[in-house]
Design a protein around this ligand. Structure first.
Ligand code: Z5A
Length: 209
């Protein structure tokens, strides 16, 4: 089987970490070579960008600067890791990818989706082969994230309405591209979430060559 990119999306506290571990383990069990990455981040440059966009220092960051920084991190990840991995037949499981920019900078901050799509075409040039959307009520996700402790980062400090708009955008994108997206009820107990992801992954893998 040739290399593929799988992205995991969802709001804060949706449970992406557990799901990513499940997917990586399932792929490795099939004898596939798998790398995981996160966005923003995943490369030395991307991790520096992550510090800039999520750290507490740049409170006055404009929506446009935020979007471009997300794409700077992504452009580097794509060229430094994703494309070489896919070319070598490896699989990449990414904790967020371009859909997050549509959700947070588009839905959340109000940047026109057409502009984001232009950046996607130019700086990335492809979409993930499969995207899991872990969908959970904003309040439940925030409660879980709070339970984990630690101070909220710059984006986590946004109002609930920002995350509601991001969630709505994710759901609209999933509805518009049902072939690529698998929407998982991430409000369910973790064992159910993992079982639903495994089932959807195995069904999808059976269709791949
Ligand atoms: N961002 C952006 O704006 N634009 C972009 O283009 C990109 C990103 C790429 C960084 O993302 C931020 O950047 C993010 C979007 C923005 N800001 N926000 N919000 P991140 O993915 O690094 O940060 P995050 O979304 O805040 O991650 P998170 O809170 O760590 O979410 P998670 O990984 O999905 O959650 P988790 O750590 O797996 O689980 C959280 C807790 O809930 C933990 O204690 C679990 O044990 C618990 N949990 C998980 N699942 C369950 C279930 N099913 N039941 C009960 N408890 C559970």
């Amino acid at each position: 089987m040739s290399g593929k990119l799988i992205s995991i999306e969802g709001g804060e506290g949706a449970g992406k970490s557990t799901v990513i571990a499940t997917i990586v383990a399932a792929l490795e069990q099939r004898g596939l070579r798998v790398q995981s990455a996160r966005e923003p981040g995943g490369t030395a440059l991307g991790e520096a960008v992550r510090e800039l966009v999520l750290g507490p220092v740049h409170h006055g960051m404009s929506a446009e600067a935020e979007l471009l920084l997300m794409f700077a991190s992504r452009a580097q990840l794509v060229r430094e890791r994703v494309l070489p991995a896919l070319a070598a037949g490896e699989w990449v499981v990414s904790d967020r990818f371009t859909d997050a920019s549509f959700a947070y900078q588009g839905g959340g901050r109000g940047i026109d989706a057409g502009r984001i799509a232009e950046l996607e075409r130019w700086a990335v040039g492809f979409k993930p082969d499969l995207t899991f959307l872990l969908d959970v009520c904003v309040d439940v996700g925030m409660e879980r994230a709070r339970g984990r402790g630690g101070a909220p980062d710059r984006i986590e400090s946004e109002a609930t309405s920002f995350f509601e708009r991001a969630r709505a955008c994710y759901r609209q994108r999933a509805a518009a591209e049902p072939e690529r997206f698998r929407v998982i009820d991430a409000g369910a107990p973790v064992e159910q979430v993992v079982a639903a992801v495994q089932q959807a992954l195995h069904a999808w893998l059976a269709t791949q060559s």
